[in-house]
Design a protein around this ligand. Structure first.
Ligand code: SF4
Length: 100
Protein backbone atom coordinates (compact mmCIF):
# COMPACT_ATOMS: atom_id res chain seq x y z
CA UNK A 1 0.00 0.00 0.00
CA UNK A 2 1.49 3.29 -1.08
CA UNK A 3 -1.27 5.65 -0.04
CA UNK A 4 -0.65 5.61 3.68
CA UNK A 5 -1.38 8.99 5.19
CA UNK A 6 -0.35 9.58 8.76
CA UNK A 7 -0.70 12.62 10.99
CA UNK A 8 2.01 11.56 13.42
CA UNK A 9 4.88 13.70 12.20
CA UNK A 10 6.94 12.80 15.25
CA UNK A 11 7.24 9.19 14.06
CA UNK A 12 10.57 8.18 12.54
CA UNK A 13 8.79 6.73 9.48
CA UNK A 14 6.75 9.84 8.69
CA UNK A 15 7.74 11.91 5.67
CA UNK A 16 5.45 14.85 5.00
CA UNK A 17 2.41 13.11 6.51
CA UNK A 18 3.08 9.88 4.60
CA UNK A 19 4.32 6.63 6.14
CA UNK A 20 7.59 5.28 4.70
CA UNK A 21 7.95 2.12 6.76
CA UNK A 22 8.32 -1.14 4.78
CA UNK A 23 5.72 -2.69 7.03
CA UNK A 24 3.41 -1.66 9.83
CA UNK A 25 1.26 -3.54 12.27
CA UNK A 26 -2.24 -2.49 13.33
CA UNK A 27 -3.74 -4.24 16.36
CA UNK A 28 -7.28 -5.41 17.08
CA UNK A 29 -8.07 -2.04 18.65
CA UNK A 30 -6.97 -0.31 15.38
CA UNK A 31 -3.86 1.16 17.01
CA UNK A 32 -0.72 1.39 14.86
CA UNK A 33 1.91 -0.62 16.74
CA UNK A 34 4.76 0.54 14.52
CA UNK A 35 4.60 4.16 15.72
CA UNK A 36 8.06 5.04 16.93
CA UNK A 37 8.82 8.59 18.05
CA UNK A 38 12.00 10.01 16.56
CA UNK A 39 13.87 11.97 19.22
CA UNK A 40 15.60 14.00 16.51
CA UNK A 41 12.29 15.32 15.23
CA UNK A 42 11.03 16.63 18.53
CA UNK A 43 13.30 19.62 18.61
CA UNK A 44 12.32 20.52 15.07
CA UNK A 45 8.58 20.50 15.58
CA UNK A 46 8.27 24.23 15.42
CA UNK A 47 10.78 24.85 12.71
CA UNK A 48 9.33 25.80 9.37
CA UNK A 49 11.42 23.23 7.50
CA UNK A 50 9.69 20.32 9.16
CA UNK A 51 6.33 21.57 7.90
CA UNK A 52 7.39 21.43 4.27
CA UNK A 53 8.88 17.98 3.99
CA UNK A 54 7.38 16.61 0.75
CA UNK A 55 5.18 13.55 1.06
CA UNK A 56 6.78 10.32 -0.13
CA UNK A 57 4.23 7.80 -1.43
CA UNK A 58 6.82 5.61 -3.17
CA UNK A 59 7.10 3.03 -0.39
CA UNK A 60 4.80 0.01 -0.76
CA UNK A 61 4.06 -0.58 2.91
CA UNK A 62 2.77 -4.00 3.97
CA UNK A 63 0.01 -3.52 6.54
CA UNK A 64 -0.59 -6.41 8.92
CA UNK A 65 -3.82 -5.98 10.86
CA UNK A 66 -5.90 -7.92 13.38
CA UNK A 67 -8.89 -5.54 13.61
CA UNK A 68 -12.40 -6.84 12.78
CA UNK A 69 -12.51 -4.63 9.69
CA UNK A 70 -14.04 -5.07 6.21
CA UNK A 71 -10.59 -4.42 4.70
CA UNK A 72 -8.94 -7.16 6.71
CA UNK A 73 -8.26 -10.26 4.61
CA UNK A 74 -6.38 -12.95 6.50
CA UNK A 75 -4.70 -10.41 8.76
CA UNK A 76 -3.57 -8.19 5.89
CA UNK A 77 -5.12 -4.85 5.04
CA UNK A 78 -6.40 -4.79 1.45
CA UNK A 79 -7.65 -1.17 1.41
CA UNK A 80 -6.25 1.03 -1.37
CA UNK A 81 -5.04 3.43 1.26
CA UNK A 82 -5.44 4.18 4.94
CA UNK A 83 -5.19 7.21 7.19
CA UNK A 84 -3.67 7.05 10.64
CA UNK A 85 -4.15 9.83 13.19
CA UNK A 86 -3.87 10.46 16.87
CA UNK A 87 -5.77 12.75 19.17
CA UNK A 88 -3.46 14.57 21.51
CA UNK A 89 -0.94 12.23 23.03
CA UNK A 90 -3.04 9.14 22.51
CA UNK A 91 -2.20 6.14 20.36
CA UNK A 92 -2.02 6.30 16.57
CA UNK A 93 -5.36 5.00 15.28
CA UNK A 94 -6.43 3.77 11.83
CA UNK A 95 -9.29 6.03 10.74
CA UNK A 96 -10.12 3.87 7.71
CA UNK A 97 -11.42 1.12 9.98
CA UNK A 98 -14.92 -0.09 9.11
CA UNK A 99 -16.39 -2.71 11.39
CA UNK A 100 -17.50 -5.85 9.56
S1 SF4 B 1 -8.44 -0.18 7.16
FE1 SF4 B 1 -9.09 -1.87 8.49
S2 SF4 B 1 -7.84 -3.66 7.87
FE2 SF4 B 1 -6.82 -1.77 7.09
S3 SF4 B 1 -5.31 -1.22 8.71
FE3 SF4 B 1 -7.22 -0.02 9.09
S4 SF4 B 1 -8.37 -1.31 10.59
FE4 SF4 B 1 -6.82 -2.64 9.62
Amino acid sequence: MKDLKCGLKSCRYNKGYSCCSDEISVDSGTDCRTFSPDPNKRGNLFEAGEEFVPADYSVDTAVACTAECVFNKQEKCVANGITVMSEGEQDAVCLTFMRR
